[in-house]
Design a protein around this ligand. Sequence first.
Ligand code: B16
Ligand code: MG
Length: 211
Amino acid sequence: LIKAVIFDLDGVIISTDEYHYLAWKRLADETGLYFDRNMNSALRGVSRLESLNIILSRQGRQMSETDKLQLTDKKNSYYKEYLEHLTPASLTEDTANALTSLRKHGYLLAIGSSSKNARLILDRIGCGTYFDVVVDGNDIKRSKPDPEVFELAAKHLGVFPENCIVAEDSEAGIEAAATCGMRTAAVGYAAKIRCGDWNFDKLSELAKKIV
Ligand code: B16
Ligand code: MG
């Protein structure tokens, strides 16, 4: 029995995954690092520092921790510039309808994101009130594919993992949810590679499936 839906943020609720790509691409071009959309897919759901480590390891580059921190700070400042474009109009009608319908049918709703910018994004798109619980990159020690973010969300919601379904666009997030015994609904990139228990084009399809 599904009682709660835990949503990833970037690439599920809102297409900030594109802003992450643009920010990393800008940083990589400036720094003389190779980066493309294919590499970007491996960064979905992964923390900022781990993302840089993946980019560096793909080209056999090493860097001091101080230099890494400087680069991740720069990436975040580019990303935040792009976030300024977000407004309540950025939330698609399909997503708003899905969230409204799930709430109306009594489902508990949570955000489980690796991002430290999650609350800022939710404020900008004006949809913080849809969610009973928000767990983000500030609340966890280990990012996806570790299940910590989803386990914590279930704990705060007061439900067992087996009563949760997770909507995710990343392979790391699908793995995290499956590891802690939650059901998985892949959307976006994850649906394209069909790695969820269910794979959907839009969140309204997930809502229709369970209400
Ligand atoms: P930040 P999600 C993840 O968010 C993104 O998919 C990933 O690309 C990003 O590196 C990570 O958050 C950390 O984000 O730099 O904003 O703290 O998909 O788990 O909502
Ligand atoms: Mg995501």
